[in-house]
Design a protein around this ligand. Structure first.
Ligand SMILES: [Zn+2]
Length: 242
């Protein structure tokens, strides 16, 4: 799987912070007069604008209401990841340097894949209602309390309230409701790989074994991923180049 969603990936946020720091340092110390007129910068800007254009085009094709379209951001994610949907903040991000190496078709696949994750979380809030949805996002584990959850502060409640308002209620007995319940169950099983990696109570060999098992059983074949890949595959068949 090429596309790694960093919905639980704390280290990606660290990478982002480090990169911004470096850029600032460079600008202040060594190249204070660096402007946007350099050819590489213009090319970069053009590429990002192209991605934004394709993103909006795909959103229109799948009828994703403009009011609840997640903000698209560019960031450096590190090795082997094209982008992700931050389900807490309700934002989509892509690594433009990574995307540049991909074919147009693969980029469309990656965008559509992430947009399916958006749809999954939109469905969850529409069916659960904002209160239960926030509880689910804050702590998948029934025993954890919202107050102690680090995720709780990061949830963009305003965004999800808007989603709930715009999309209306999903009945749990309807076909869409049944599908949404599958999303919820899969979300509960979605592995927190970073947390696992940071564990100090088990030896490295055991950690690697658990990690490999989690990656194969609970990430690659997690219904949220399978569903997103399926949606992207179907979409590509009918997609006309823009
Ligand atoms: Zn995914």
């Amino acid at each position: 799987m090429i596309y790694i969603d960093n919905r639980f990936n704390v280290t990606d946020k660290n990478i982002k912070t480090v990169s911004f720091g470096k850029i600032k340092k460079t600008a202040e110390v060594s190249v204070p007069l660096k402007s946007l007129s350099e050819p590489g910068d213009i090319e970069n800007l053009k590429f990002k604008n192209h991605i934004k254009f394709v993103y909006n085009h795909i959103c229109n094709q799948i009828n994703l209401n403009e009011q609840i379209r997640p903000k698209l951001e560019f960031t450096t994610m590190g090795v082997g990841a094209a982008g992700g949907f931050d389900n807490l903040e309700g934002k989509i991000f892509f690594d433009d340097k990574f995307l540049k190496q991909l074919s147009d078709k693969t980029i469309v696949f990656a965008i559509r894949h992430e947009l399916q994750h958006v749809k999954q979380f939109h469905n969850m809030v529409s069916m659960l209602g904002i209160k239960k949805f926030v509880k689910l996002m804050a702590c998948k584990d029934e025993n954890c309390s919202e107050n102690k959850s680090l995720n709780f502060e990061k949830i963009n409640i305003e965004y999800y309230r808007k989603v709930e308002r715009v999309l209306g209620k999903i009945n749990k007995d309807s076909p869409e409701g049944v599908l949404t319940q599958k999303y919820i169950d899969a979300y509960k099983k979605y592995p927190d790989l970073i947390k696992l990696w940071q564990r100090t109570d088990i030896c490295m060999v055991k950690k690697i074994c658990i990690l490999a098992k989690e990656l194969i059983c609970n990430y690659k074949f997690n219904f949220l991923e399978v569903d997103a890949n399926k949606a992207a595959k179907i979409f590509l068949k009918t997609f006309k180049t823009v």
